[in-house]
Design a protein around this ligand. Structure first.
Ligand SMILES: [Fe+2]
Length: 380
């Protein structure tokens, strides 16, 4: 079943014609056959960088803690129960390597190993477990992990700070003073990939992780080009997205996001990161699709990372919603989106646009038209 636009309103959304708003959903994404495996949680994300010490300093200020330091790799944990959520290893140049997902059962690993020929091996780092290592259509690693040992949570300010509303003021004789400290990261929430062939990537992630499309963005012709994919936990609610696939001119890592407590944790975390001299990128604001409160940073090697809180969770009864792709729909309120959010094409990519196949060219032109629309009436 496809549904039309889900009543999204922001400054600039009134520019769309009725016909444009009707196009999304005319081409549904294909759920295909039964998936080989079902992912039930994120496990970790992996990077390689030249300067491990600098990366460690940033990650600690960002709100993670060292779980293990081997000298050539750092295993970072959050304050939640995962043994680690972020791995960074020493290398000559910065690279995104891939991510891991926890699968529901050991049999998921067996099925995927039998179908792909990949072998089942031990997971590196603390927590143990077994995994199968796969490559997605663009060569990004995707590990399916099972049997990791949970660890004790670390203490944080876990209580929500009571909020006084005009007609409801529960906080009496108690000031609102959240501590100035790193925004304690609870867990690795999601990551966003630009992919070279959206349809191929969507089908791959559906088949190997069993993901569901929460929200899908389409070009003006109704062509799906971006999917917010959530894990299928059945009747249990899952994050609005754990992985996002977006058609681009080339495959690349866009950002990864880490859940923290609330708006005050994000705000004081921002103060802390600024005080420590790190590079801010975008925020604080609230997203539309997924609803997260967000704040984006650049790590010392230029990778975008996001603090978020208060994101949507959907169970498996929530149908897929289809929307027009644009930049304006990225945020409900907050700082204007930075120009660097959309990458400029390289000469090689322009050549491919000019001399590539007609279908490819048409798709990329439709995306360009969508992303060229001013995200707010006062921005270009
Ligand atoms: Fe995000």
């Amino acid at each position: 079943m496809t549904l039309p636009l889900d009543n999204i309103v922001y400054p600039g959304s009134e520019q769309y014609s009725h016909a444009e708003l009707r196009a999304p959903g005319t081409v549904p994404v294909d759920l295909g056959e039964a998936p080989l495996a079902r992912a039930i949680d994120t496990a970790y994300i992996r990077f390689a960088v030249p300067d491990l010490e600098k990366q460690r300093a940033f990650l600690e200020d960002f709100g993670m803690r060292v779980a293990q330091d081997t000298g050539s790799a750092l295993y970072m944990r959050g304050y939640g129960s995962a043994p680690y959520i972020y791995v960074v290893q020493q290398a000559d140049r910065p690279r995104f390597l891939g991510a891991g997902f926890v699968v529901a059962q050991k049999q998921d690993l067996d099925r995927v190993a039998a179908a792909t020929g990949a072998r089942i091996e031990d997971v590196d780092g603390p927590g143990g477990g077994r995994r199968v290592r796969l490559s997605d259509p663009d060569g990004f690693a995707v590990d399916l992990v099972w049997g990791r040992q949970a660890v004790e949570r670390l203490p944080t300010r876990r209580e929500r700070l009571p909020v006084n509303l005009p007609q409801d003021k529960p906080r009496v004789n108690t000031p609102q003073r959240p501590p100035l400290e790193a925004s304690a990261v609870e867990r690795f929430g999601h990551y966003v990939l630009m992919v070279s062939d959206f349809d191929a990537s969507w089908q791959w992630y559906r088949k190997h992780l069993g993901v569901l499309p929460s929200d899908v963005q389409c070009t003006g012709s109704g062509r799906p080009v971006l999917a917010f994919c959530r894990l299928d936990l059945g009747a249990r609610p899952a994050d609005h997205h754990s992985v996002v696939l977006a058609q681009g001119l080339h495959a690349t890592y866009m950002h990864s996001a880490y859940e923290t407590l609330d708006l005050d944790a994000i705000g004081q975390g921002q103060q802390y990161l600024k005080q420590r001299g790190w590079r801010h990128f975008w925020g604080i604001g609230r997203h539309i699709l997924g609803s997260q409160l967000f704040d984006y940073w650049l790590d010392p090697h230029g990778f975008e990372v996001e603090h978020y809180a208060d994101g949507d969770v959907f169970d498996n009864t929530r149908p897929t919603q289809y929307h027009l792709m644009d930049r304006g729909g990225l945020w409900a309120w907050g700082d204007d989106v930075p120009a660097g959010m959309v990458a400029k094409p390289t000469l090689a990519e322009i050549a491919r646009l000019l001399f590539g196949g007609a279908t490819w060219r048409q798709k990329m032109l439709e995306i360009k038209q969508a992303m060229d629309r001013a995200p707010r009436p006062w921005l270009k």
